[in-house]
Design a binder for this molecule. Structure first.
Ligand code: IPE
Ligand code: IPE
Ligand code: MG
Length: 263
């Protein structure tokens, strides 16, 4: 009876998405090593308010700020966020330009704070194909924070899982052609070592807000055994409590990696 009441009370606390309550309930010894997020829903969020899509992207940056801060405070080792895909170039030029400008603005506005908090900024994707101002902002952020030992914060920019694998195949094929390695030496480990995320653990948890159930060409290789967490909340409304809830749910799942239930 008491247990039933307690369960219901705890559940009510969680339903209200109380970050302090969730924080207490997390097992801090078993946090994900790498969280990946598809920051989706900015456009719809704005349109529902009768505003232009770009307004939603701006608000999305606010969510990103809070989520990076929380991951760093929790001592999550790696966070990768999908900010611009190789397919997003299909959008109207105005929106693409606004997204690129927003990236530059974000970097210069946040860099002091991120650096002070020991966040190490990295970028994954075909960065060399981004506009000059973005490339400059990215390399500045990378170099300035390279020695930081806090959260590794990967920005996926002009990123596509398929183009990443094409780049990997090219790099490995070149090594074979140059006689550096033989085809027999190609295995999963070697392939992983040529990914943009080389040296980082695969994501334990993938979060996709905004209601859609798809990967949209994100981290195709790395997500093989990642736990997928879905929410209908649009990214600009995504809060610290949502992140903690995702981690809480992740900790209550059983990962089997193709094996059997552990007793
Ligand atoms: C995600 O929000 C941001 C980017 C893709 C750059 P969207 O712009 O995709 O927003 P929706 O999905 O159209 O609402
Ligand atoms: C995925 O969202 C890419 C980013 C969040 C950067 P999209 O909005 O581009 O994906 P689809 O078109 O819904 O699959
Ligand atoms: Mg979208």
């Amino acid at each position: 009876m008491i247990k039933k009441f307690l369960d219901r009370w705890l559940k009510a606390g969680k339903d209200k998405n109380n970050p302090d309550q969730l924080l207490k309930e997390l097992d801090h010894e078993r946090l994900p090593h790498h969280i990946a997020i598809i920051m989706d829903g900015n456009g719809r969020w704005a349109q529902r308010r009768g505003m232009p899509r770009v307004y939603g992207h701006r608000e999305g940056v606010e969510s990103l700020r809070e989520i990076v801060k929380t991951c760093n405070e929790l001592k999550i080792p790696v966070l990768t966020v999908y900010a611009f895909s190789t397919e997003n170039w299909k959008r109207p030029k105005d929106e693409v330009d606004a997204l690129m400008n927003l990236l530059v603005e974000y970097v210069y506005k946040e860099i002091d704070d991120l650096d002070q908090n020991k966040v190490q900024i990295r970028a994954i994707g075909r960065i060399h194909k981004l506009p000059e101002a973005c490339r400059r902002a990215v390399s500045y952020a990378r170099e300035r924070t390279a020695d930081n030992d806090g959260l590794i914060f990967n920005l996926a920019l002009n990123y596509g899982g398929r183009s990443e694998l094409v780049d990997v195949v090219r790099a490995i094929a070149k090594k074979v052609a140059d006689g550096e390695i033989t085809t027999e030496e190609i295995d999963e480990q070697l392939l992983s070592a040529h990914l943009y995320t080389a040296g980082l653990p695969d994501p334990d948890l993938l979060i996709r807000p905004s209601g859609d159930f798809r990967i949209s060409n994100f981290l195709l290789w790395q997500l093989a055994y990642t736990e997928f967490w879905h929410s209908n909340v649009m990214w600009p409304d995504f809060s610290k409590a949502d992140l903690l809830q995702a981690i809480y749910d992740y900790q209550n799942r059983e990962r089997r990696f193709g094996g059997l239930k552990t007793k």
